[in-house]
Design a protein around this ligand. Structure first.
Ligand code: ADP
Ligand code: MG
Length: 334
């Protein structure tokens, strides 16, 4: 019998290319169409419903059936033993936030194969944290993490490469080399934000194992503009659910840490129910369930900020204090 160690999923299996379909009777033109739709790996195909595949222009239902058959054959069954899962999770890595205290709160930092959401009011440090992660994601650590490239999607026009320069000085990184490892896109509409994810998938695929972090600052800003009022809420939430599902799959497919920021809003119902904290992150249940770990931020004295674990599958609800410095997120000095 094979041990879990022997059947360890190597990086090759991790990024099994859709090109292998060729040797199973799927033609190159169809494979190209899959790639153009952002589906570049067998795992990515597994994550797609037949409905989504049928929606790809030029791919017939019969073709979809055939592709799905091959995928099933290639990936055998979907079950693993818990031991195998545990071995697989060794691929997981954590990216430092810049503050050791905050890292400790998060069990080491921002985790790969997961979505970490940070929400808080204006000026609580969400964008500063996004910037800091662009730099720390490039630092190898002694837990076997090699560091890697970053994609930054900016919806509020608050990305500042000059901030990255100063943060990289703190870590003695070459400024230009560091900036060269961060791919930036400004999203102008919620649809554009979604479309960019196809490009993101293609990039992750093209340079397999090189990208480690995807930042979206912020996830909801454009949805808020594009959908207004109660009448469009259901539509908005459906689109949001699709985007979050795509992000979750990307993070698992390519072993990427996804970091998103979110705004808060006063909950109009809260004063009626005498809630202690009437402010809530926006995005409702969809976002609440889609994010793996949620961190709430609030202001402290001066440059101090307090982070609280709001929701996590494996961390207790604790707090940590950190500070916003010119070198990015750091521990609070006492
Ligand atoms: N270069 C800097 N040095 C120190 N603090 C900074 C710097 N730039 C911004 N800040 C601080 O960061 C805070 C804003 O954080 P930001 O991440 O933009 O908030 P959010 O995205 O949550 O609205 C402000 O309090 C500001 O003083
Ligand atoms: Mg911001």
């Amino acid at each position: 019998m094979q041990t879990a160690e022997e059947s360890e999923i190597g990086d090759d299996d991790f990024f099994q290319d859709v090109d292998v379909l060729q040797s199973h009777g799927i033609n190159v033109a169809d494979i190209k169409k899959l790639k153009a739709a952002g589906i570049c790996t067998i795992r990515g195909l597994q994550m797609c419903t037949k409905k989504r595949l049928c929606a790809i222009k030029g791919i017939s239902e019969a073709k979809v059936e055939k592709i799905k058959e091959v995928v099933v054959k290639l990936s055998e069954c979907g079950f693993l033993t818990a031991l195998e899962v545990s071995v697989k999770r060794r691929h997981l890595f954590k990216i430092s936030t810049g503050s050791l205290e905050l890292d400790k709160l998060l069990g080491g930092g921002i985790e790969s194969m997961a979505i970490t959401e940070t929400f808080g009011e204006f000026r609580t440090g969400k964008t500063q944290m996004s910037h800091t992660l662009c730099v720390t994601a490039q630092l190898p650590n002694n837990n076997g993490y090699s560091g890697g490239k970053v994609i930054f999607i900016d919806t509020e026009n608050t990305f500042r490469p000059d901030r990255l320069r100063i943060i990289s000085d703190r870590y003695n990184l070459d400024q230009e080399a560091m900036l060269d490892n961060v791919l930036y896109a400004r999203a102008y509409t919620s649809e554009h934000q979604f479309e960019l994810l196809d490009y993101v998938a293609a990039k992750f695929h093209e340079e397999a194992g090189v990208f480690k972090l995807l930042v979206i600052d912020s996830i909801m800003a454009l949805f808020r503009v594009d959908f207004s009022g109660r009448g469009e809420l259901a539509d908005r939430q459906q689109k949001l659910a699709q985007m979050m599902s795509r992000l979750q799959k990307l993070s698992e497919e390519y072993n990427i840490a996804v970091f998103i920021t979110n705004q808060m809003t006063a909950d109009p119902g809260a004063t009626m129910t005498f809630q202690a904290d009437p402010k809530k992150p926006i995005g409702g249940h969809i976002l609440a369930h889609a994010s793996t770990t949620r961190i709430s931020l609030r202001k402290g004295r001066g440059e101090l900020r307090i982070a609280k674990i709001y929701d996590s599958p494996d961390m207790p609800e604790n707090e940590a204090t950190f500070s916003i410095t010119s070198g990015g997120i750091n521990d609070a000095k006492d």
